[in-house]
Design a protein around this ligand. Structure first.
Ligand code: PLP
Length: 447
């Protein structure tokens, strides 16, 4: 017998189907979600990637500039360490905060690279760095408290802040400062209810990099207040000029700072899910408790790989960064040559964030046009907050060949583009997807 489906209004006002089973009885609404799910955002990069893959499966040639992960393979000695660990029986639970040997390696590494004193009791290892955002907000921020976050910025900051009932307060990053967060704007954003201030340098999506002076000025504003700084330093090794400055290294600020870092970007290990937070030990104990309540621990053999990554040779990181630098120049020069496009030369990470306002300030519309008509997958700046309007984000963590073809297609597409008429089709599959290869031989998964 068929189940009847009849729409019904939920408390939130959205239509939900009412299910009627045998005998006309209404079964419990198992598909009704908790209200808080309506507050949760997402990372558009994964959605655009999925749609681009669908187009590819239908035979379209797509240039991928949407996803932020190195196209390099994980260095061989790191993979070997994981294989050895599996053979040696690292297939069981570990302490929730991570194995002592890995926490020691992280403490030594973070202490050395930031010039601060770090011990293993400051460190919590997590499956990827993302859980640190979630856990820190869960641990420190009450409903109604304020979280200051960069806009444009990594979308998960705002998403999690809303999810836990906090009030997200945007900190606008401006192009005229090459997207370095302006401490003066922070001064206006913080108030008595501010519990967390989020920094991200080098920055996704804008590639802005905070100077030493910037972090000192920011430190001057938060010092002495009941505010923790979540300093997202996941791109700290992917830097093309200058030196990296962590706010944790400003005298007196370490106690107030949580450093978020990990292995995904630096060692091309996005799929391994290995990251960490470095923080005051009292908070680390609570974050470990959140690990007990969620993941139990991070996989043991990936932790062994993490030790090999930090303690082993670093030349593959240097080579990767040198190659990113070459690609940065190709993409910035190429974008700058396009009419209506303005792009500053990024100092870190692997994203270009050009202004395309002169072509169409509605960059959501432009993103769709470029995907559907030109076969170029990239992201509207609005995927990173309202202040991203008028910008596009292009990831250049892909080969020069792919970047060059992407630029060619974008150039051709915008020639035909009129915002109202949305241009005409310019899809020119001159280069077939299979003939434009990234440097990596690693498998690409169907998603
Ligand atoms: N922070 C920023 C700014 C990122 O761009 C990303 C990933 O894209 C992360 C954190 C998450 O890193 P992981 O893959 O280790 O969870």
């Amino acid at each position: 017998m068929k189940t009847q489906v009849r729409p019904r209004r939920s408390r939130g006002g959205t239509k939900q189907p009412a299910l009627r089973g045998r005998g006309g009885k209404t079964p419990p609404q198992t598909d009704r979600l908790a209200d808080r799910m309506g507050l949760l955002g997402t990372e558009t990069a994964f959605e655009v990637l999925a749609r681009a893959k669908t187009l590819e499966a239908a035979g379209r040639s797509i240039i991928h500039l949407e996803i932020g992960e190195p196209d390099f393979d994980t260095p061989e000695h790191i993979k070997e360490a994981a294989i050895r660990a599996l053979r040696d029986g690292y297939t069981h639970y570990t302490p929730a905060a991570g194995m002592l040997e890995l926490r020691e390696a992280i403490a030594e590494y973070v202490g050395r690279t930031r010039g601060i004193a770090v011990g293993p009791d400051h460190v919590v290892v997590t499956p990827g760095a993302k859980p640190i955002m979630f856990f820190v907000m869960l641990a420190l921020v009450n409903p109604g408290d304020e979280v200051v976050y960069p806009d444009p910025g990594f979308p998960i900051y705002e998403s999690v802040a809303r999810f836990i009932g906090a009030r997200p307060v945007p900190w606008t990053l401006r192009e005229d400062r090459e997207f370095r967060a302006d401490p003066e704007d922070l001064r206006k954003a913080v108030g008595p209810r501010t519990r967390l201030v989020i920094l991200n340098s080098p920055h996704n999506p804008t590639a802005g990099v905070l100077s030493r002076r910037d972090v000192e000025d920011i430190a001057g504003i938060v010092r002495g207040r009941p505010i923790t700084v979540l300093s997202d330093e996941i791109y700290s090794r992917i830097l093309y000029d200058g030196t990296f400055s962590s706010i944790a290294s400003v005298p007196g600020l370490q106690e107030q700072t949580v450093i978020l870092d990990g292995f995904s970007k630096t060692y091309a290990m996005t799929g391994w899910r290995l990251g960490y937070g470095v923080m005051r030990p009292s908070l680390a104990a609570r974050i470990a408790q959140l690990m007990v309540n969620s993941n139990s621990c991070t996989a043991a053999f990936t932790q062994m790989a993490g030790i090999a990554a930090l303690r082993g040779p670093q030349d593959s990181v240097d080579r990767m960064v040198a190659e990113f630098r070459r690609r940065r120049d190709v993409i910035t020069d190429g974008l700058t040559r396009l009419p209506g496009v303005r792009c500053f030369r990024p100092h870190g990470a692997f994203y270009a964030f050009p202004s395309v306002r002169a072509i169409d300030p509605d960059t959501g519309r432009l993103q769709e046009y470029l995907l559907n008509e030109a076969g170029v997958a990239l992201l509207s700046g609005t995927a990173f907050g309202v202040q991203g309007r008028g910008f596009l984000r292009l990831s250049y963590a892909t080969s020069v060949e792919v970047i060059t073809e992407g630029l060619r297609r974008i150039g051709q597409a915008i020639e035909h583009y009129t915002p109202s008429g949305r241009g005409r089709s310019v899809q020119a599959p001159v280069v077939r997807a299979s003939s434009v290869k990234s440097r990596v031989s690693a498998p690409r998964y169907r998603r």
